[in-house]
Design a binder for this molecule. Structure first.
Ligand code: MN
Length: 157
């Protein structure tokens, strides 16, 4: 887990986004906060973020989460974000990475239902969300042929 990719893509003096005071900690993850930000960039998408080891692991979900267990929505893994990003709302100015408006769409805690480290290695995370909008059990499954691509799926119960 590292914020170096995040920082490489941004200029602190040109965007209101946080750069992260927290030093990624390491250590076991027992879940933590989750946040979904609606991001009106060149293409609208939803950024799905799970706190792990002192950073926010992040996926861009073009269609956003679906409450229908029959839907498998693409979730593209993107760079880790600082924890402080979790309550960021604002407008990233034109000419900057991800230019456009960001709002917090949902927020809460996530609880892993299986070991999240094994899950990241195997490419399958099973967890519960306790947010304002989203609840219940969800899975993120990594596609084998295109490793940055995952699917976000609502479990039936
Ligand atoms: Mn985004």
């Amino acid at each position: 887990m590292s914020l170096s990719k995040y920082r490489e893509k941004r200029h602190a003096e040109r965007t209101p986004e946080p750069f992260g005071k927290a030093v990624p900690t390491g250590g076991p993850s027992t879940g933590g906060i989750f946040v979904i930000q609606k991001h009106a960039a060149r293409r609208l998408h939803y950024d799905f973020r799970l706190e792990m080891e002192g950073v926010l692991r992040s996926w861009a979900v073009p269609k956003g989460p679906s409450l229908n267990p029959g839907d498998k929505h693409l979730a593209v893994a993107v760079e880790d974000h600082p924890l402080e990003y979790g309550d960021f709302e604002g407008v990233i100015p034109e000419g900057n990475y991800g230019a456009g408006a960001v709002i917090v769409w949902d927020l809460g805690v996530w609880v892993p239902l299986e070991d999240p480290y094994e899950g990241l290695e195997k490419g399958k995370l099973l967890f519960e969300l306790r947010g304002y909008k989203l609840h219940g059990r969800w899975t993120l499954i990594k596609l084998k042929k295109t490793p940055k691509e995952w699917l976000l799926i609502k479990e039936r119960s």
